[in-house]
Design a protein around this ligand. Sequence first.
Ligand code: G
Ligand code: G
Ligand code: MN
Ligand code: NA
Length: 249
Amino acid sequence: MSFTREINYGLAAGEFELFCQPLIDAKKQDCVGVEILLRWNNPRQGWIAPDIFIPLAEEHNLIVPLTRYVLIETVSHLAMFPTASGFHIGINVAAKHFRDGVLLHDLNSVWFSAEPAQQLVIELTERDTLLEMDYNIVEALHQKGVKLAIDDFGTGNSSLSWLEKLNPEVLKIDKSFTAAIGTDAVNSTVTDIIIALAQRLNIELVAEGVETCDQAKHLRLHGVEILQGFLYARPMPLRDFPQWLAESS
Ligand code: G
Ligand code: G
Ligand code: MN
Ligand code: NA
């Protein structure tokens, strides 16, 4: 089967499953949100990692229908999540989806029509190019109260121009910078500079890939508000989240 047919078949057959990974308040240690992560349980090939199928989906113009599926499934599982208005639900979106108002249309018909209590955060990765962005949509999203996060911050080659153009509410420090803390002098200096930059610009910080208590402590002491990583929880199926939350608090 061609990749395009394989994905379309997988969507129709319900082979894609939503996982989520908790976001933890660095000081209070409570869960303040989740990032939604897609998994593909393909019975013909076994589990396929998103690192493989997301880039292929982008290449074959299937990222929009896949993301639409993520939105629909997230909305239908909102009861799994706390209804606190500040609770973040982060969804990864490709820059291409911003074109021609498609994302805005999908959010109106799927997300806003459900009137979720939670805060939607759109995570844009720096792998995407600035050229693919439609900046009119960015303004419209801000006006609708959607938060924009730059994902994998520091790994692309356009970090600083993204800051100016997207005016993001959130920066997610890439896991390579978290891993550098205490082990790699150059990259851990970059980590501290990213933190200082975000603080000067009043942008909320999330550190990804937190695996050790020492990393968590360093990040907390430097003022990073939110932590995400295996130290707290691995990505889990949505249906497991309520129990994880109950046990962790
Ligand atoms: O979950 P994991 O760490 O294996 O994800 C690997 C990569 O796949 C990450 O870069 C993540 O952003 C991306 N990814 C996971 N789920 C989605 C999704 O629903 N949409 C998009 N665009 N990317 C995703
Ligand atoms: O690129 P993005 O940030 O959207 O994807 C997050 C990816 O990072 C997911 O594939 C997730 O499984 C992975 N991840 C989450 N926490 C950790 C961690 O603590 N360590 C490592 N190595 N990977 C992590
Ligand atoms: Mn992400
Ligand atoms: Na990331």
